[in-house]
Design a protein. Structure first.
Length: 87
């Protein structure tokens, strides 16, 4: 199945936590309220989906003019090395 990339669509907190855990990126995955704030306060969230399964995420803060800070780039372990982060 081809992946679907989406920009600024709602992401369930538990799916975000599961993805971070699977990816190997170290984040406070047990602190769901904090993860919710991380999602809600990012300017730009680009996600990769296999059907309705979240398999990748890039979370950024930007001024939409000059600067963009990529704070998270996470891809589920079974999807790593397939170019999702570049996509």
């Amino acid at each position: 199945m081809p992946l679907d990339y989406r920009i600024n669509v709602p992401v369930r907190t538990k799916d975000f936590a599961a993805l971070l855990t699977s990816s190997g990126i170290r984040r406070p995955t047990a602190d769901l309220p904090r993860l919710r704030k991380m999602l809600d306060n990012a300017n730009r969230v680009v996600t990769a989906w296999n059907g309705e399964t979240l398999v990748g995420i890039a979370r950024a803060l930007t001024d939409y003019a000059y600067c963009c800070y990529l704070s998270d780039l996470a891809v589920a372990a079974e999807y790593q090395r397939e170019g999702i982060g570049r996509g």
